[in-house]
Every structure is written in structure tokens, then in C-alpha cells.
Design a protein around this ligand. Structure first.
Ligand SMILES: NC(=O)C1=CN([C@@H]2O[C@H](COP(=O)(O)OP(=O)(O)OC[C@H]3O[C@@H](n4cnc5c(N)ncnc54)[C@H](OP(=O)(O)O)[C@@H]3O)[C@@H](O)[C@H]2O)C=CC1
Ligand SMILES: CC(C)CCC[C@@H](C)[C@H]1CC[C@H]2[C@@H]3C(=O)C=C4C[C@@H](O)CC[C@]4(C)[C@H]3CC[C@]12C
Length: 294
């Protein structure tokens, strides 16, 4: 008995239950902090086998310890950078060798970017595409044989900035839009080929992680949503094999409906949620912004 609404999964309505992830073998990337860390703790409480990754070993160690305390069936980490596709593939192989397979691949990490006017640095766009997009592709490709066998799930953490153009996140937004194209197209092929691997694209609004607050809290007139609740909603969406997950629903799904019938209006609404006079303080690494051209 779950508490959520019944949702159609393969023609059968299934309610959410934490039991769904019990004993499942799950990879979470970018799990040293933020939403990824919270997903690891939820999975631990549900009794999953957890393999987490990020660059900072000291943080991963602590997260793994906490996961064991919280009741994970098992918890381990591998540290390394997703700039390196060989590392991305290595993480997946580790699931094969130490967990004997994989039920859910949660792609969540993002490389560091800036919150400010696009600075023209093409090299940065390429690097961010490698970390935020290409490594997701590489991990998906190497995990697919295991996921086919388990009839498992791929969970892709994206953003409102992967569906709508927001200012001050140009390189980041490009990487998130790329994920939609790749995974939505791939989902269609899975259907045609009767491959029973679900793909859940998660569309998140502003979430209260340390990094996001540091970068944008000063500038945005939008209240951030809590990361632990966000993490749980992502896991529910994945377990229920939904195609897309919106969090929070009211501030993500409704603006997207508006986009499809009144794009200019949404653009204007979005711009009105920014204190443009505060851009250029704090996180920016690069020289002067062009004048505000509203
Ligand atoms: N917070 C928000 O407002 C929003 C977040 N999202 C999405 O949610 C997801 C999580 O975001 P959030 O929790 O805020 O992010 P955080 O910055 O808190 O966490 C990012 C994670 O990625 C890891 N990481 C960073 N660079 C690399 C790298 N080169 N190689 C491997 N791992 C790396 C970090 O660890 P380490 O530095 O140790 O490598 C960390 O674990 C992202 O996909 C983000 O786009 C979407 C919409 C809004
Ligand atoms: C106006 C409303 C319709 C909705 C507004 C939602 C806006 C404000 C939300 C949607 C996506 C959010 C950005 C995001 O995805 C990820 C990051 C990376 C992080 O390190 C710094 C914060 C940043 C840039 C978020 C800033 C806030 C954004 C633009």
C-alpha cells in the first residue's frame, strides 16, 4: 500500500511504495552533495544496493558511511571525473563486477559553470557538454546490457533550463536541452524495439542546494524548493517508470503549458523573476556584462 496516486505502468496502475527500490542495485552520479546526496540517503532507507560517484573522495566516504547507518543493503563509492569518458564507463563496469548487474542508473552530476551573461568561451561550452551530456551518453551505452537484463530504469536529472531559455545559464542550458533530444529519441526506439528499459527525464525548478543558493539566491525572485523532497520525487518518478517528472509541479508544468501557447509571455514572465541589477556580483569569473537590453 503506497500513499501516492495510482499511475499507469505498462497498462497497470501502480501506486508508489518504497518497497519498489528495496534490494535494487542503483548507481547515483554526483552524489557527494546536493540532490544526489539526498537520493543516496533515501535509497539507503529503502534498503537498496548503492554505488555512488563524484570527484571528491572525502565527501563520498562520508555519504557512504551514512548510507550504511541508514540501512543500505550495501553502499560503495568510486571517485573520478566525468570529463573522462573512460571513467564514466568504469563506474558502470564496477556495478557489473561488484553488484552483478544494475536496476537503476541515476544520471545527476553537473560540472561547474557560471551564473551570468554568456562570456563567449567556446571551450567551456565544449567541456560542459562533455561532463553534463556526453558522459550521460557513455554511461547509458555501457549500462544498457545490464538494464535490458533487469528491465531496469534510466533516470536523467534535467532542469526547467533544459526546456525553456532562461538568462544567465547559456552553456548549462545547452547541455540540458541536449539530454532531452537524446533521451526522448532513445525512448522512442526502445518502444519500437520492445526494450523494456524506462527513461525518466526530470524537470526541476530552483532547488535549495548549497551551490544553487550561492550562485542564484541573490538574483532570483523565486523561492527554492527543498532538496530532500526533490530527491524523493525523482526516485518515485524513476520507480514508477514515468517518462517525465516535474518538480515542483506548479512552478514547472504550468509555465511549460504557457510556453506552448504564449512563448513571448513566458519569456517576459521569466525575466521579471530576476533582479538584473544584481547580476555580475558573486559567482561570475569573467569580465563585464553587456548592458541590460530589455
Ligand atoms: N539546484 C538547482 O537549483 C537545480 C538543479 N538541477 C539539477 O539537479 C542535479 C543536481 O544538482 P545539485 O544537487 O544542485 O548540484 P551540486 O552542485 O550540489 O552537485 C553536483 C554533483 O556533481 C559532482 N560533480 C561536479 N563536477 C563533476 C565532474 N567533473 N565529474 C564528476 N562529478 C562531478 C559534484 O561532486 P564533486 O564536486 O565532488 O565532483 C556533486 O556531487 C543536476 O543535474 C542539476 O542540473 C536542476 C534544476 C535546478
Ligand atoms: C519563473 C518560473 C517560471 C520558473 C523559474 C525557475 C528558474 C528560476 C530555475 C529553473 C532552472 C534553475 C537553474 C538550474 O537548473 C541549475 C542551476 C545550477 C546551479 O548551480 C545554480 C542555479 C541554477 C542556475 C538554477 C537557477 C534557477 C533556475 C534558472
Amino acid at each position: 500500500e503506497g500513499s501516492g496516486h495510482p499511475i499507469w505502468v505498462s497498462q497497470i496502475p501502480v501506486p508508489w511504495s518504497p518497497e519498489m527500490l528495496k534490494g535494487k542495485r542503483v548507481i547515483v552520479t554526483g552524489a557527494s552533495t546536493g540532490i544526489g546526496e539526498e537520493m543516496a540517503y533515501h535509497l539507503a532507507r529503502m534498503g537498496s544496493h548503492i554505488l555512488i560517484t563524484a570527484r571528491t573522495e572525502s565527501k563520498l566516504q562520508k555519504v557512504v558511511e551514512r548510507c550504511r547507518e541508514l540501512g543500505a543493503a550495501s553502499a560503495q563509492y568510486i571517485s573520478g571525473t566525468m570529463e573522462d569518458m573512460a571513467f564514466a564507463e568504469h563506474v558502470v563496469k564496477e556495478a557489473q563486477t561488484s553488484l552483478g548487474g544494475l536496476d537503476m542508473l541515476i544520471l545527476n552530476h553537473v560540472g561547474t559553470s557560471y551564473f551570468g551573461y554568456f562570456d563567449g568561451d567556446v571551450g567551456h561550452v565544449r567541456k560542459l557538454l562533455e561532463i553534463n551530456f556526453l558522459s550521460y551518453v557513455a554511461m547509458t551505452v555501457s549500462a544498457l546490457p545490464m538494464l535490458k537484463e533487469s528491465e531496469g530504469s534510466i533516470v536523467v536529472v534535467s532542469s526547467m533550463a533544459g526546456k525553456v531559455g532562461f538568462p544567465f545559464t547559456v552553456p548549462y542550458s545547452a547541455t540540458k536541452f541536449a539530454l532531452d533530444g537524446f533521451f526522448s529519441s532513445l525512448r522512442q526506439e526502445f518502444h519500437i524495439q520492445n526494450i523494456n528499459v524506462s527513461i525518466t527525464l526530470c524537470i526541476l525548478g530552483f532547488i535549495d542546494t548549497d551551490r544553487a543558493l550561492r550562485a542564484a539566491a541573490d538574483v532570483l525572485l523565486v523561492p527554492p524548493a527543498p532538496r530532500a523532497e526533490c530527491a524523493l520525487e525523482i526516485l518515485k518518478g524513476g520507480a514508477l517508470r514515468r517518462r517525465e517528472l516535474y518538480y515542483r509541479y506548479g512552478s514547472t508544468r504550468l509555465p511549460l503549458l504557457l510556453r506552448d501557447c504564449a512563448a513571448e509571455l513566458l519569456d517576459r514572465l521569466v525575466r521579471s523573476r530576476y533582479r538584473l541589477d544584481r547580476i555580475g556580483t558573486g559567482q561570475r569569473r569573467h569580465p563585464p556584462a553587456p548592458p541590460d537590453r530589455r
